[in-house]
Design a protein around this ligand. Sequence first.
Ligand SMILES: Nc1ncnc2c1ncn2[C@@H]1O[C@H](COP(=O)(O)OP(=O)(O)O)[C@@H](O)[C@H]1O
Ligand SMILES: [Mg+2]
Length: 269
Amino acid sequence: MDAIHTMTTGKVVALVSAKGGVGQTFLATNLAIALQKKFLSITLVDGKLQFGDIAIALDLHAAVTVKDVAENIADMDHSMISNYLSPHESGIQVLAAPERPEQAELVTPDVLKKTISMLREHYDYTVVDCGYAFHETTLDILDVADHIFVVTTPDMTALKNTKQLLDTFRQLEYTNKIQLIINRYDMEGLIKAEDIPEMLQMGSVEYICNDFKLASKSLNIGIPVVGRRSSSELSKNIVQLALGLLSKNEEEPTLGRNREKKKWLPFKK
Ligand SMILES: Nc1ncnc2c1ncn2[C@@H]1O[C@H](COP(=O)(O)OP(=O)(O)O)[C@@H](O)[C@H]1O
Ligand SMILES: [Mg+2]
């Protein structure tokens, strides 16, 4: 833990997926809380600027959102960014997505990058639920992220898309900061989880078990499983994911820091 407390700026962890519905939001909220339980300061950013659902997943009524950050960005310095966060009862701070989808366009890639760089001045970890993988704002987040958690489920469509996503990420030289997460790895009748690392050419893989009843109830009532249902396998798996991340940062405290913006971004507008 010492390495973490001597960090000069916090780490940014971005969750991304190649297909909707694989559990990115569920994992982002619970991972943030699992990290917070290790006595770290955590901010959770809803990077899915249109139809972001972090606030619902946490039953949070955000009075201010990233749209307000965008409107005031010109005069903002890092001491002011905390005013735009909404506290969750777990102790994490949340930067919610705009209330309305049309407000998302105010949040340009530059706004988001500046926001994240201000957040990392204050918080040990900034966890970002990225939403769409190849959106312009997402690529900017991935550039500055220290860790990219690529979330997939073990079904053929998700795996096909994830393989293509990973190929692109390798070309973007993200390889060293990618962690593959196979969510719902033990779903019945699907591809065997143990075959997936080879299929996707990924050595570093974390597994989260399938518990639809618990996960969907948690999202629907807005109460995360970590902390509340800590005896469940699902909660234990996510805590393990958080611990793995912390131990990585003890080993490699400067991993991926200060990366140069890529010149070649095939999916930029
Ligand atoms: N580990 C899991 N086991 C079972 N169901 C899960 C798990 N993780 C997520 N889910 C379910 O998958 C659905 C999509 O989750 P969500 O986090 O909204 O996905 P995404 O943000 O990737 O679109 C939800 O119904 C949720 O309950
Ligand atoms: Mg989501």
